[in-house]
Design a protein around this ligand. Structure first.
Ligand code: NDP
Length: 257
C-alpha cells in the first residue's frame, strides 16, 4: 500500500473532484492521511460537507480558483493543515466547459477569457504558490533513489483528450475549452521540467468521458465517476516522471499532446 501524506483537490464538491475525495478515503491501494477538498458555495456542496463530518481526514476549504487575491491566505490555510510535512499531492481538478455544440459563432472574448482563467491560468498560479509546500514534501519523502512519485510530491492537472492537438475527436470544437486544456498541457510540460529538480512530479491526465454535470448534454458514451477515478488512481501510482511522450488517460493509454 502506498502512503500519501496529504492531497489537495480543487473543485471537490461534485463530479470527478468529489469522487477523488471519496476514493482517497476508501481506496485500498493508497493510505491517505490528510485530504483537503475545496468548494465554492455551501449550497452546492452538501455531499462534500456531510462526508467531511463523518471523518477526521477530510478538511474543507472555501476557495474560488479565479480569486487570485485570496491565494496567499489559502496557502496559509493549507500550511496550517499539512504542517511541516508539506503538501504531497495537488490535483488541479476545478474546471469549466462551454456548452457542447459550441462553434466559432458562439465564441466571445469574455467566454474565452473566463474558461482560460479557470482551466489554464489558475492551475499554474496555484502550483506556483504551493511550490514551497510541495518542495517540503519532496524533501521529507525522498527515497534513496530520489525518484519522482505521487507519494513524494506531485501536481496532477486534470486535462482532457479535447486538449490534445493530435488526437482525432471529430468535429467537437468547444472553442475556449479545447484551447484551455491544450494550454494546460503546455504548462504541464514546462512545470515538469522546472519542478523536477525540486523532486516534484507534474503530469496532465485525461479522466475519460465521465458522466458528470459537465457532460450532461453530451451524447457520447460515458463512464461513471467511480470507474474513472479508481482507474486514475491506478495510473497515478505508476507515474515516475519518465513519460515525456504525451499524457496518460484514465485507462493507462498515453495520449499525444
Ligand atoms: P463538473 O462540472 O461536474 O465539476 C466542476 C468542478 O469544478 C465543480 O466542483 C466546480 O465547483 C468546480 N469549479 C468550477 N469553476 C471553479 C472555480 N472558479 N473555482 C473553484 N472551483 C471551480 O465537472 P467534472 O467533474 O466533469 O470535471 C472535473 C475536471 O475534469 C474538469 O477540469 C474538466 O475539464 C475535466 N474533464 C472532465 C471530463 C468529463 O467527461 N466529465 C472529460 C475531460 C476532462 P462549483 O460546484 O462551485 O461550480
Amino acid at each position: 500500500m502506498v502512503e500519501i501524506n496529504s492531497v489537495l483537490i480543487t473543485g471537490a464538491n461534485r463530479g470527478i473532484g468529489l469522487e477523488f475525495v471519496r476514493q482517497f478515503l476508501t481506496n485500498t491501494s493508497v493510505r491517505t492521511h490528510i485530504i483537503i477538498a475545496t468548494y465554492r458555495s455551501q449550497e452546492s456542496s452538501s455531499a462534500l460537507l456531510e462526508l467531511a463530518k463523518s471523518t477526521t481526514k477530510v478538511y474543507t476549504l472555501k476557495f474560488d480558483v479565479n480569486q487570485f487575491d485570496t491565494y496567499d491566505k489559502f496557502v496559509i490555510d493549507v500550511q496550517s493543515i499539512v504542517g511541516d510535512k508539506g503538501l504531497t499531492l495537488l490535483i488541479n481538478n476545478a474546471g469549466i466547459c462551454v456548452p457542447f455544440g459550441d462553434t466559432l459563432d458562439d465564441v466571445t472574448p469574455e467566454k474565452f477569457t473566463s474558461v482560460f482563467t479557470t482551466n489554464a491560468t489558475a492551475p499554474v498560479i496555484l502550483t506556483k504558490v504551493l511550490r514551497p509546500l510541495l518542495k517540503q514534501s519532496a524533501r521529507i519523502h525522498s527515497d534513496k533513489n530520489n525518484g519522482l512519485s505521487i507519494a513524494r510530491a506531485a501536481v496532477i492537472n486534470i486535462s482532457s483528450i479535447a486538449g490534445s492537438c493530435a488526437a482525432d475527436i471529430g468535429p467537437l470544437f468547444l472553442y475556449a475549452y479545447r484551447e484551455s486544456k491544450a494550454a494546460l498541457n503546455m504548462s504541464t510540460i514546462s512545470m515538469a521540467i522546472e519542478l523536477e529538480k525540486d523532486g516534484i512530479l507534474v503530469e496532465s491526465l485525461h479522466p475519460g468521458v465521465v458522466d458528470t454535470d459537465m457532460t450532461a448534454t453530451h451524447t457520447l458514451p460515458k463512464i461513471d465517476a467511480t470507474t474513472s477515478v479508481s482507474k486514475i488512481i491506478e495510473v497515478l501510482l505508476t507515474l515516475n516522471g519518465k513519460n515525456k511522450e504525451g499524457f496518460p488517460s484514465y485507462d493507462g493509454k498515453i495520449l499525444p499532446f
